[in-house]
Design a protein around this ligand. Structure first.
Ligand SMILES: *Cc1c(COP(=O)(O)O)cnc(C)c1O
Length: 433
């Protein structure tokens, strides 16, 4: 029995499960595309939370510019470019033999400063908020003061008595680890054994404690949580349930609105946005989708993209059972080269919050991810990690209604991948073209 039903009953109720169980790429469009304003009004979180997060990041901008000089030209705002990808669009049209109306843009979170992935949004934001909370209650700053003082030794000394703890398969650990270490926190990242070796090495080189676990990822997270809860000076970043992380991601929507305006791209009912977001546990894509619905309402349609071997959000959304079901319940192995998306059970918090706001979820095979990885390099020069390619299938998979759709593919990571590791990905993909 699976949540009170037999497999046969599940399959009868949700025919798509048969394809999902066979690891076939599928598209589920049972989500909700319209009525965003009403849906959001009924939720416990809203626009004011997203805007407050955006303002907090602006308070920290002088500090970020000071400690991460690569962000200086952007005024200490960590943001990724929105890039037109006409050659990639043409390549997708040829590969899938589908005509794509409208333009294709790539939101290059792979180029986000400091940690080179979408996790630089939520992870860095949560650590900054923790630092601000501590400094405010210690009377070391005021909200209208100059936050570049956070770089001073007295702050580092103060934060060194506090710890930050996180369980992570990789990119979240990088973001939390780098930011926490820079502020002077004592930071510990719990990782599973199979996390990429280079990520562990990079973190250790920055003074982060990396604890490896031979059990699975969720046990590593649980272990970290338990240890952290025993220590009042310790702060645990909860990948699955953190609202702070979620709002950090959501700020992307405010920035995207500015970028679209700068590039004279009009968004309205006749020029809708289709946004394709790679999904693991759900916090990153969920936060961004929430922000987008808050800002653009019914003029944006958000699709989550998952590996065919790890369709946890798809199963959770389709059945409405969210974190009560895991992919293993349906016999799926959760094995994928897209390590940022290799998650067997979705965030229940994100699933329940977003169920009335996203348009659909689709899955992709690892082979497709590798093919797209090579294609994105050849056509546009992008350096992406496998997880970051899931969104690229969106324009080919999601039926295009109307010729004015603006397709935005969220490319979520890649910049930090060592060259030799990346070359292997590339060769794998190129051999499949
Ligand atoms: C974490 C991650 C995602 C997905 O984010 P979730 O919050 O886990 O859903 C997508 N791409 C990359 C590269 C990631 O590291």
């Amino acid at each position: 029995m699976i949540e009170g039903k037999t497999l046969e009953q599940w399959q009868a109720e949700y025919p798509l499960l048969e394809l999902i169980r066979g690891y076939e790429p599928v598209l589920w469009t049972g989500g909700k595309t319209y009525g965003a304003d009403e849906t959001i009004r009924a939720l416990p979180l809203g626009k004011e939370d997203v805007l407050a997060a955006e303002v907090r990041l602006r308070r920290f901008a002088p500090y970020i510019a000071r400690v991460f000089p690569e962000t200086e030209s952007g005024g200490g705002i960590i943001e990724s470019p929105l890039t037109g990808a006409p050659d990639m669009k043409q390549a997708i049209e040829e590969m899938f033999m589908v005509p794509l109306e409208g333009e294709l843009f790539v939101k290059e979170d792979n180029k986000l400063a400091v940690s080179g992935s979408i996790k630089a949004r939520g992870g860095i934001y949560e650590v900054l908020k923790r630092a601000e909370d501590l400094a405010l209650s210690a009377g070391m700053i005021s909200e209208d003061g100059d936050y570049s003082v956070f770089a001073e030794d007295r702050f580092k000394e103060y934060f060194s008595q506090y710890s930050i703890v996180c369980g992570s398969t990789g990119n979240l650990g990088l973001s939390i680890g780098i930011m926490s270490a820079e502020l002077g926190f004592n930071v510990t990242i719990h990782m599973s054994d199979d996390a990429r070796a280079w990520k562990k090495e990079m973190l250790r080189s920055k003074g982060v404690n990396v604890v490896e676990h031979s059990d699975d990822y969720s046990k590593a997270v649980e272990q970290g949580r338990l240890e952290s809860e025993q220590d009042p000076k310790s702060y645990f970043v909860d990948d699955e349930n953190s609202k702070t992380l979620f709002f950090g991601y959501a700020v992307a929507a405010v920035r995207l609105k500015e970028q679209l305006a700068e590039q004279n791209i009009k968004v309205d009912g006749n020029h809708p946005l289709n946004v394709y977001l790679p999904c693991g546990v759900g916090g990153g894509p969920g936060g961004i989708a929430f922000g987008l619905k808050v800002i653009f309402g019914d003029d944006v349609h958000c699709y989550f993209a998952e590996p065919a071997h790890s369709p946890c959000m798809l199963i959770g959304m389709m059945t409405g059972c969210h974190d009560r079901l895991s992919v293993a319940d349906f016999g799926l192995d959760n094995k994928t080269a897209a390590d940022g998306l290799a998650v067997g059970r979705p965030s229940g918090f994100v699933g329940r919050l977003l169920e009335g706001l996203i348009a659909g979820v689709y899955t992709v095979s690892d082979n497709q991810l590798f093919r797209m990885l090579a294609l994105a390099r050849i056509t546009e020069g992008f350096k992406l990690e496998p997880s970051a390619l899931a969104g690229f299938m969106g324009p080919a998979v999601v039926p295009d209604d109307g010729g004015n759709t603006i397709h935005i593919v969220w490319s979520t990571g890649g910049e930090m991948v060592p060259e030799a590791v990346w070359q292997e990905y590339y060769e794998t993909g190129k051999a499949m073209l």
